[in-house]
Design a binder for this molecule. Structure first.
Ligand SMILES: [Zn+2]
Length: 59
């Protein structure tokens, strides 16, 4: 079962090829194999990289 990489909830909607949206924390994420990239969605639809909550992640 697919879960959100940020909050771990299962309220996930598919919005594109390998692209999903979490209704719980309103982030969008892209899964390519084992790699997951998370984005915040701005009001105008712009995607910005989500990194604030993962200080240990390499940049
Ligand atoms: Zn979430």
């Amino acid at each position: 079962m697919l879960t959100c990489p940020v909050c771990g909830e299962r309220g996930i909607g598919k919005v594109g090829v390998e692209q999903y949206y979490c209704w719980e924390c309103c982030v969008e994420f892209v899964m390519k194999g084992s790699e997951v990239k998370v984005y915040n969605v701005l009001d105008d639809g712009t995607l910005i990289q989500y990194s604030e909550l993962s200080p240990t992640a390499q940049t």
